[in-house]
Design a protein around this ligand. Sequence first.
Ligand SMILES: Nc1nc2c(ncn2[C@@H]2O[C@H](COP(=O)(O)OP(=O)(O)OP(=O)(O)O)[C@@H](O)[C@H]2O)c(=O)[nH]1
Ligand SMILES: [Mg+2]
Length: 212
Amino acid sequence: MAFSSFDMVQPSKITSAKILIAGGFGVGKTTMVGAVSEIAPLSTEELISAESEGVDDLSGVESKVTTTVALDFGRITVNPSLILYLFGTPGQERFRFFWDELAAGALGAVVLADIRRLDDSFATIDFFESRRLPFVVGVNYFDGAHRYRLSDLRAALDLEDQVPMRYCDARSRDSCKQLLVGLTEHLLTRLESVPDQPISGTPASPAIRLDR
Ligand SMILES: Nc1nc2c(ncn2[C@@H]2O[C@H](COP(=O)(O)OP(=O)(O)OP(=O)(O)O)[C@@H](O)[C@H]2O)c(=O)[nH]1
Ligand SMILES: [Mg+2]
């Protein structure tokens, strides 16, 4: 794995960034935070209640018995200069009100999409597009699903060309790390295109930035 772009961050400074791991119900957000975090992840899992019936689509994840009711939290040191703090969102519709709170101060996001339930990703993509928060899309591949071409998936999601997208396995540390590398490179590219302005997070965010 090449981490060359991260070398652009000054080695003398330790920079941290808040990153959201977001997506619809049961796409693998908690799994990803758990797979990639170097600390024991904080999770807030509770048994799925009747409130979910008829609202959240359980198809494909029928065996799922718990759901995130607040957030997931983890940390990964990308290189000696860069630490990412990962905040996984809850996926159930009734917890959507909490996303703005979670997004405060975030520098960017990984949007996870379940290959079998792409429709569930529209609301998440809209969320970040409307807040102008940079994101990458990880298409979480579940066993036995059809493997579409990425270009077809991009068209189906109506995703702009500059938004990085790749297949991933939320259970694999390497795969998740590649998504985070892709996000960091995306953030740095944006920083280069507007060199005098820090990348801002959400409007209410403190000025977290990648120092260069
Ligand atoms: N086969 C396969 N299963 C996966 C993958 N990622 C997650 N899972 C499984 O899918 C289920 C859902 O994963 P979670 O990580 O709880 O999903 P979530 O997005 O956090 O769910 P909510 O918080 O309820 O929205 C779990 O049973 C995981 O083990 C994957 O890449 N492949
Ligand atoms: Mg979860």
